[in-house]
Design a protein around this ligand. Structure first.
Ligand code: HEM
Length: 211
């Protein structure tokens, strides 16, 4: 769970950084999007192959992450046959409490996201086959798309906030009070960077600052 989660946080940071290329204009963003699907690692691997290696890698990480979540949830339920007498939450954060359902909702949005931007089956104001820049501008010019992404990215970042902390704890980094407060701070910084970095572009399009 920890390792696959951290792999995905790495992907999110790269994805967020790439999206910011919209601010450099249509040519820069389209060139970047085509490069991702084209010549990475060429001629080491044939042109257009790397993206598929990467997609398989990411899919394996996602499936392993969900599978681990199911196993851990099953173990947690079978470890306790009776209900807790005291149900008031004393120290769990909101992010920690919403990991399971948050993860399910997050995955649901991800399916929509892939149908929208990768498969282009759900077209939100653009024609299938449009250039990536036109696709993004057309989508985030609509308030409901921007709002849906605001909710989704907030759920993702909440999940990441607890996930980073939890993963580093699982991997043995939570060894003292000082380490604990560092991990907590690091988890917050990553979550906030992701939230601001992902949402700044849709909001800039929505408010007409990027056209
Ligand atoms: C405002 C936020 C986001 C925007 C604007 C955005 C935009 C995009 C775009 C334009 C693509 C298609 C790239 C292409 O095929 O040319 C894409 C692909 C993708 N996005 Fe996002 N994304 C956002 C957030 C996220 C988040 C939060 C996740 C994960 C939880 C995510 C996961 C993916 C994945 C897995 C792909 C497929 C990559 C591939 O084609 O192999 N995205 N995104």
């Amino acid at each position: 769970m920890a390792i696959t989660g951290l792999i995905m946080v790495g992907f999110l940071l790269m994805h967020m950084y790439g999206n910011l290329k919209v601010f450099l204009g249509a040519d820069a963003f389209n060139h970047y999007a085509h490069w991702l699907k084209g010549d990475i690692l060429y001629p080491l691997v044939p042109s257009g192959t790397f993206i598929w290696i990467f997609r398989v890698f990411l899919l394996v990480a996602i499936v392993a992450h969900i599978w681990s979540a199911a196993v851990l949830t099953g173990r947690a339920h079978s470890a306790r046959s009776s209900k807790y007498a005291v149900t008031k939450r004393l120290s769990q954060t909101y992010a920690a409490r919403t990991m399971r359902w948050g993860g399910v909702i997050l995955a649901g949005f991800l399916v929509f996201h892939l149908l929208q931007f990768t498969a282009q089956v759900v077209t939100t104001g653009f024609r299938a086959g449009s250039e990536p820049y036109d696709m993004v501008i057309a989508s985030f010019s609509q308030w409901w798309v921007t709002l849906a992404y605001l909710v989704w990215v907030a759920i993702v970042c909440l999940h990441v906030r607890h996930g980073v902390w939890s993963a580093l704890t699982t991997l043995g980094a939570n060894t003292s009070a000082k380490a604990r407060s560092f991990l907590n701070g690091l988890a917050w910084v990553i979550a906030i960077v992701l939230f601001v970095g992902f949402m700044i572009m849709p909001l800039a399009v929505q408010f007409g600052w990027v056209k």
